[in-house]
Design a protein around this ligand. Structure first.
Ligand SMILES: [Zn+2]
Length: 135
């Protein structure tokens, strides 16, 4: 006989992850954008996403809820990179939170970096770094 949860949803894989040690790079992002708008940085200085980063944003990224700050494209994407010994060969690859949850054993941790990438102008910027633990 199956067990039917009453009055609640079954936990998703992503909900089994606990986030901690968040470092927010919003100040750095704003500073970079301010320097670009002031003419202190050239477009090629800030729009330099490599092919791999652009491809990973396309395949593994999720749509951002806002437009690209450089070119205004609505195709801006957020891609999550994962790092850590517990991940084995998956360390240093782009993954969704669900995939990260599937890669970790209970109690294991890894670091994730969220990067915004514009496929139109190649703008890319680290947004935040966090530690995640599988519960
Ligand atoms: Zn752009």
């Amino acid at each position: 006989m199956g067990v039917t949860p009453i009055g609640g949803k079954a936990p998703t894989l992503a909900s089994m992850l606990q986030y901690s040690d968040e470092i927010n790079y919003l100040c750095l992002r704003n500073k970079t954008l301010a320097q670009f708008r002031a003419g202190l940085l050239r477009r090629e200085d800030v729009c330099d996403a490599e092919f791999l980063l652009q491809a990973s944003a396309h395949h593994h990224g999720r749509p951002a809820t806002y437009a690209c700050p450089i070119c205004g494209s609505e195709d801006l994407r957020i891609v999550t990179w994962v790092y850590g010994e517990a991940l084995g060969r998956a360390s240093g690859s782009a993954r969704t939170p669900e995939e990260v949850a599937g890669l970790l054993q209970v109690g294991q941790q890894c670091s994730i970096h969220e990067v915004e990438v514009c496929p139109n102008c190649r703008w890319n910027q680290l947004l935040k770094a966090r530690t995640i633990t599988k519960l």
